[in-house]
Design a protein around this ligand. Structure first.
Ligand SMILES: [Zn+2]
Ligand SMILES: [Zn+2]
Length: 281
């Protein structure tokens, strides 16, 4: 069995022509789970050959805007491109229900226009929100999903997700500092996808608003230490702040490699990592 990780968006709130906003796709043979839905997610999803209709669920790690800017696009596109009600399951921490309700409210005029114009579109976008804190997550599809609280304070609550399928386990950490919840989720997992920022670079910037971000993100070194503690075999870094030019990032890998014995993946948008049971690829 294989779980594939596709880095749909490796960017951050800072607009970058080469990097879409935070979004990661975790796919089995039959299911696709979208973790976060940042800027440009449907363009990258299209490039990966997956449509909004094919998503088994969308899972939000937290409610920072850059992690869900394009959730409205996912909701609308799935709705207009399906010909029978096709509910979209959106999983997220407490607060997600309210965010989705407001998103649907903002889409109200569009929903009314399209329902009035298309005779066969007789229902608004069906969205089912599942708010989670800790433990098993009930989602459509054959992959077992669970979550644990992470530490992105003062952004609260936040969650990491674990996907188990056929003896393969992939964890998506989201934005977090090292914490017990993430350690627990990673125990025995094969791969960890972790958002990271270069604290050694950011701390030297003469912009307090950038330095403010130091205390609630992990550095590549900290992500590597989390992976090492849990015995994960592959660490996938994403959400690069500051972003490096496409094709580069060896310095990020080196920083992580000093703290982690396994494989380290550093990539651009659409970088894909296939995780198989019992190997280190
Ligand atoms: Zn965040
Ligand atoms: Zn972020």
């Amino acid at each position: 069995m294989t779980l594939s990780i596709t880095l749909l968006g490796t960017g951050s709130p800072l607009p970058d022509p080469h990097r879409a906003g935070p979004a990661t796709l975790v796919s089995s043979e039959a299911d696709h789970y979208l973790v976060d839905a940042g800027r440009g997610v449907l363009m990258r999803l299209a490039a990966a050959g997956v449509t909004a209709e094919q998503l088994s669920a969308v899972l939000l790690t937290h409610l920072h805007s850059d992690h869900f800017t394009d959730l409205g696009d996912v909701i609308t596109t799935r709705w207009v491109m399906t010909f029978e009600p096709t509910p979209l399951t959106v999983v997220g921490p407490v607060g997600t229900k309210s965010v989705v309700e407001h998103l649907l409210g903002a889409l109200g005029p569009d929903i009314a226009y399209r329902m009035a114009h298309h005779g066969d579109l007789d229902h608004p976008p069906p969205v089912e929100v599942v708010e989670v804190e800790d433990g098993a997550v009930v989602v459509p599809g054959a992959v077992r999903v669970r979550c644990a609280p992470t530490d992105h304070k003062p952004v609260e609550p936040s969650a990491g997700f674990r996907f188990d399928h056929g003896g393969v386990a992939v964890v998506t950490a989201g934005d977090t500092v090292p914490c017990a919840g993430l350690d627990r989720l990673c125990q025995g997992a094969d791969a960890l996808v972790h958002t990271v920022i270069r604290k050694d670079v950011i701390e030297r910037l003469p912009v307090q608003r950038m330095r403010d971000t130091l205390d609630y993100h992990s550095s590549p070194e900290q992500a590597a230490q989390t992976a090492q503690r849990a015995g994960v075999r592959t660490l996938v870094l994403t959400h690069y702040v500051p972003a490096f030019p496409p094709g580069r990032g060896e310095d990020w890998r080196a920083l992580a490699a000093a703290h982690f014995d396994g494989a380290i993946e550093v990539g651009d948008d659409l970088h894909r990592v296939d995780v198989r049971a019992g190997d280190a690829s």
